[in-house]
Ligand binder design. Structure first.
Ligand SMILES: *[C@@H]1O[C@H](CO)[C@@H](O)[C@H](O)[C@H]1NC(C)=O
Length: 324
C-alpha cells in the first residue's frame, strides 16, 4: 500500500494519522492554538516582572531600583511563584479561541493559495498572503470577542455592589446569561475596533512572516549554515514582530481612546466610532500621535508575535501539515 493512497480497510501506519481529512483540517488550528498558549505562558511572567519593576521604581533613586533578576528572586524566595502567573488563565483562554482561529484559518487559506500557485507554476503572491492574514485576523477576532467580553464582565463583577452582582460561575455561564438577558448580538457589542486592530496585527505578523520567509529563502542568505531553516524562521519572525506592532498600534490607540472616552461638558461623547475617532485625532493632534509609546508597545507585542509564529511553524513541520 502506498502512503499517499491510504484505504479505509487497511490499518494506517502511525505516521499517516495526519492524512486523515478531519485531522488534517484540524491540525493547523490545534497547532496554532498550542503555539499561542505556549507563547503566552512564556511572556506572562516576563510581563508580570516588567509591571512590578515599573511599580517598584516609582520615586526611588537609580541606585535603589531593583533589577528584573532581584524582582524574580524576591518573588521566588517568598514562595509566590504562582504570582508570576496571575491572570494567566484569562490569557490562555483568549489564545485558545482567538489564536486557534486566526492561525488555523491562515494556514488553511495559505494551503489553498499554495496549491493554486503550484498548479499555475508560480509562487504565492504578497496580495494572497495579505488577504489570508486579514481574513484570518478578522475571523479570529469575531470568534474571540464573546469570550473577551465574558472575561471582562466576570472580572468587573466583583467590583459591583453585592446586590447588583451577576455571580457568573464560569465563562460558559456568563456567555449563556449575557445572550439570554441582553440578546445574542450583545456578545459582539463594540467589536469593530477590536476586529480592525486584529486585522492590522495579523497582516503585520502573518503576511510579513510568510513573505519574509519566502524572500529569505530566495536570496539564500543563510544558505549552507547549520540550522539554516531555523535562522530563516527567526529572521522572518523578527520582521513579523516589528510589523505586527507597527500596523496595529494606531488601531490599538483608537480602540483605547474609544474605550476610555467620557462625556464632555455638553453631555456628548467626543467620538462617534472607530473612523470618526481616527480622523479627529489625525486632524487635531497629527498623525504622529498614533505612534506615541511605540517602544513600550513593541516590547509587549513583538516577542509574543515572534514566539507564536515560530512555535506554530515548528508544530506544522512536525505534523507535516503545511507552514505559516
Ligand atoms: C449575587 O450574590 C449576591 C450575594 O452574594 C446577591 O445579593 C445577588 O442578588 C446575587 N445576584 C444574582 C443575579 O443572583
Amino acid at each position: 500500500m502506498s502512503a499517499s493512497a491510504p484505504t479505509r480497510s487497511a490499518a494506517r501506519s502511525r505516521s499517516d494519522f495526519h492524512r486523515h481529512p478531519a485531522i488534517a483540517a484540524a491540525l493547523p488550528f490545534i497547532n496554532g492554538g498550542a503555539a499561542g498558549m505556549i507563547a503566552t505562558s512564556i511572556i506572562q511572567p516576563v510581563d508580570m516582572v516588567k509591571v512590578r519593576l515599573q511599580l517598584a521604581g516609582e520615586g526611588l533613586s537609580a541606585a535603589a531600583k531593583p533589577s528584573p533578576i532581584t524582582i524574580t528572586k524576591d518573588i521566588i524566595a517568598q514562595g509566590r511563584v504562582l504570582d508570576l502567573y496571575s491572570g494567566l488563565s484569562a490569557g490562555l483562554l483568549r489564545q485558545a479561541v482567538y489564536t486557534t482561529a486566526r492561525m488555523g484559518f491562515f494556514s488553511t487559506f495559505m494551503s489553498n493559495f499554495q496549491a493554486k500557485a503550484h498548479a499555475e507554476k508560480r509562487s504565492v503572491t504578497f496580495a494572497e498572503r495579505a488577504g489570508a492574514s486579514l481574513a484570518a485576523g478578522g475571523l479570529g477576532a469575531i470568534l474571540g470577542n464573546p469570550c473577551d467580553l465574558a472575561l471582562i464582565r466576570m472580572q468587573s463583577d466583583g467590583l459591583r455592589p453585592l446586590a447588583e452582582r451577576k455571580n457568573y460561575t464560569s465563562v460558559v455561564n456568563a456567555l449563556a446569561r449575557i445572550s439570554r438577558e441582553e440578546g445574542i448580538m450583545a456578545l459582539w457589542n463594540g467589536c469593530i475596533p477590536t476586529v480592525a486592530r486584529a486585522m492590522a496585527l495579523n497582516f503585520g505578523q502573518l503576511a510579513f512572516y510568510s513573505e519574509s520567509k519566502a524572500q529569505l529563502a530566495k536570496i539564500g542568505i543563510f544558505e549552507g549554515y547549520p540550522g539554516q531553516e531555523a535562522l530563516r524562521n527567526l529572521g522572518a519572525s523578527a520582521v513579523a514582530g516589528f510589523f505586527a506592532s507597527f500596523f496595529s498600534l494606531p488601531f490599538d490607540f483608537v480602540k483605547t481612546r474609544l474605550q476610555k472616552q467620557t462625556k464632555g461638558p455638553d453631555g456628548k461623547l467626543p467620538y462617534r466610532g472607530t473612523l470618526h475617532c481616527a480622523m479627529k485625532v489625525a486632524k487635531e493632534e497629527g498623525l504622529l500621535r498614533f505612534y506615541r509609546g511605540f517602544g513600550t508597545y513593541y516590547v509587549r507585542i513583538a516577542p509574543h508575535a515572534m514566539l507564536t509564529v515560530l512555535f506554530a511553524d515548528w508544530f506544522l513541520q512536525l505534523t507535516k501539515t503545511g507552514s505559516v
